[in-house]
Design a protein around this ligand. Sequence first.
Ligand code: FAD
Ligand code: SF4
Length: 467
Amino acid sequence: MAKGGPRNPMPHQDAAKRITNFDEVALGYSEETALDEAQRCLNCKTKPCVSGCPVNIDIPAFIELIKAKEYNAAADEIKKTNSLPAICGRVCPQENQCEKFCVLGKKGDAVAVGRLERFAADYQAAHSNGVEIPKPEHPELAQYKVAVVGCGPAGLTVAGDLAKMGYMVTIFEALHKTGGVLRYGIPEFRLPRTILDREVDYVKSLGVTILTDMIVGRTFKVEDLLNEGFEAVFVGTGAGAPKLMGIPGENLSGIYSGNEWLTRINLMRAHREDYATPIKLPKSACIIGAGNTAMDCTRTALRIGAEKVTIVYRRGREEMPARSEEIENAEEEGVIFKLLTNPTRFIGDENGAVRAMECLRMELGEPDASGRRRPVPVAGSEFEIECDTVIVALGQNPNPLIRTTTDGLTCESWGGICIDAETGMTSIPGVFAGGDAVTGEATVISAMGAGKVAAAGIDKYIREKKK
Ligand code: FAD
Ligand code: SF4
């Protein structure tokens, strides 16, 4: 494809086949395609795309290295500011970040920055003889211990950055596995676990200790960590408390929150007969919401054998918050989209299991505080949708455990931990926070960006304390 032409499409597993397996859907650019796509980049002097990247990757610089066939160097360039490029290349909403600012996007297709990022990271993983582990910059800092609570992208980033500086870092993770939402939320067909494991192993190889099955706030408190010799604590506990509909019938069996559904399938394999905690396999599933979680629930329901899967969303297609690529993938896979539709109650059968959902049709009114047009119910438009499974995927708020067990921690009324934006420090000296625990559900790259800020803040705090 010539300069100025459309972007190179991403090859995909065939839709009919892929809904029968959990293998990765997007197959990645070949070397030839990556070179062609890289040629589309104009290497703009003002680098507008970089301003859209929450961790400021020098995008034109790494694309120039791809043009020169220096693929390992391209990956190294990305890794200067982003330690998880193979993950971000797969899951970042680039259309709202770097690609939104690409000059080519004004008249045609933006450069496929995310696909090129993925290509460089995958190439390096496949062709290098193991990853070089950097030596600690300041080995004398090893006398200072830092605790990280939560092993999602925010916690992994803080831990990686501090370990590279020289600190002794321990991550305490509540679940029995690492990765946070990257493992229990985002399904394998979007993010293969080999890639996640590779990135977690890299953080471990920097000297970080990861202790699983450690629920801070229950096993011990943040305060105990400070009293037991940790100079600082980072709280990266994410946003795992689901928002519910609050309508009649929500306690019927067969109704799940998005997080519960995905955790049970991704982490506990509940759809497989040989696992201990099975779920009833759906025939007709309705998923309420249209964000990334909703798309993941939908496409997971298809893969475990649901015959009919319907997204129910109260606004229109333009307003759907999920990554556009995931919406397109869901459409190709046969998901039905019932837009401008809002559930008003769940209807059960004689056994207390959901059998239908009563809904109202909506129309769009004036924009609300989010800038999206407000959905307004159409009077008298009630109708029923039959279903044996409902998944409520309306987003998550921070889990209250840390908030309720940490004296002196200032939080927003909705649960987000308040921090100083420059350093990531909370209202308690030596306690830092970042990621979804602070912002509510956001993105992988913003959690990582917050982790970087907090790592610098923790380093400064410890150095000043020890002067
Ligand atoms: P998390 O990833 O939530 O990690 C927090 C960790 O802390 C978890 O492992 C949790 O078990 C642990 N924890 C919680 N409480 C405690 C405690 N008391 N003690 C010890 N450990 C604790 N973003 C994108 O950019 N692209 C996407 O495509 C995308 N898809 C998504 C799909 C789903 C289904 C979901 C739910 C989110 C998605 N997101 C996506 C959002 C993104 O995953 C999050 O913004 C990101 O993971 C936040 O990172 P975090 O480290 O702050 O928290
Ligand atoms: Fe390349 Fe687009 Fe960035 Fe310009 S704005 S350097 S064309 S990616």
